[in-house]
Design a protein around this ligand. Structure first.
Ligand code: CTP
Ligand code: MG
Length: 233
């Protein structure tokens, strides 16, 4: 167990449709740095990883001007149509380097606010766990179920006591993650994170509580919010 290495995958092949910017959101700047550069340095500064693979969009023309492209700890490969395809492509690209029981941490390029203490806690909490897990935060708001009308109408209040928001990093063992993603993709199962793929294969990933400000930059307003969060630590 103790000789299990840790590998980092940062999927960055999305086009950021919901951000409606002139470039994919991972290449928007906070404090004059690409979001992708901030995310990668926050993760790699931990010194935890044996290597790092970043799947990129085949039409990406911004990567060469990133700081990360000059960092020899970082390798790149081609991403795919969905996030799960990009992650599987990165796992395949690591095949010759990673061992079956090694840990893989998958972390969204669009989550630059991940806190080093949460990363360290995730890794130490799961170090001897057979399956792995993910950073998550309990849902704080009251949740409403609604009819999808033009003006949505409430048809009920959902019990939130067992509900969590799934975040990244998500940490699983190399071979089991490859198998779970392949199975989900082959069965046409929609998997928006690695945990869903692991769950689909019958596993029960652990939720490790992390800070709720580990936001995924998704819409324009998130950019200022992330800038504020990053200015605080
Ligand atoms: N991602 C990826 N390959 C894809 C789609 C997404 O590597 N085919 C990555 C994104 O670059 C991002 C992460 O997965 O870092 C989370 O996805 P999301 O926030 O949905 O980003 P986008 O898909 O780019 O945004 P949108 O859904 O608004 O288009
Ligand atoms: Mg997306």
């Amino acid at each position: 167990m103790s000789d299990s290495k840790l590998w980092l995958i940062v999927p960055a092949a999305g086009i950021g449709q919901r951000m409606r910017a002139e470039c994919p959101k991972q290449y928007l700047r906070i404090d004059n740095r690409f979001i992708l550069d901030i995310t990668l340095s926050r993760m790699l500064d931990s010194g935890l990883f044996a290597g790092c693979m970043v799947p990129l969009n085949s039409e990406d023309r911004w990567w060469p001007s990133s700081g990360a492209s000059k960092d020899d700890r970082i390798q790149t490969c081609n991403g795919g149509a969905e996030r799960a395809d990009s992650v599987l492509s990165a796992l395949t690209a690591l095949a010759a380097q990673a061992g079956a029981d090694d840990w893989v941490l998958v972390h969204d390029a669009a989550r630059p606010c991940v806190h080093p203490a949460d990363l360290a806690n995730l890794v130490s909490t799961l170090a001897t766990h057979p399956v792995g897990g993910l950073l998550a935060a309990p849902v704080a708001d009251t949740l409403k179920k609604a009819k999808p009308n033009a003006l949505p109408e409430v048809i009920g209040t959902v019990d939130r006591s067992q509900l969590w928001r799934a975040m990244t990093p998500q940490m699983f063992r190399y071979a089991k993650l490859v198998e779970a993603l392949r199975r989900a993709l082959n069965k046409g199962q929609s998997v928006t994170d690695e945990s869903s793929a692991m769950e689909f294969s019958g596993n029960m990933p652990v939720l490790v509580e992390g800070r709720s400000d580990n936001i995924k930059i998704t819409v324009p307003a998130d950019l200022d919010l992330a800038g504020f969060i990053l200015s605080r630590f």
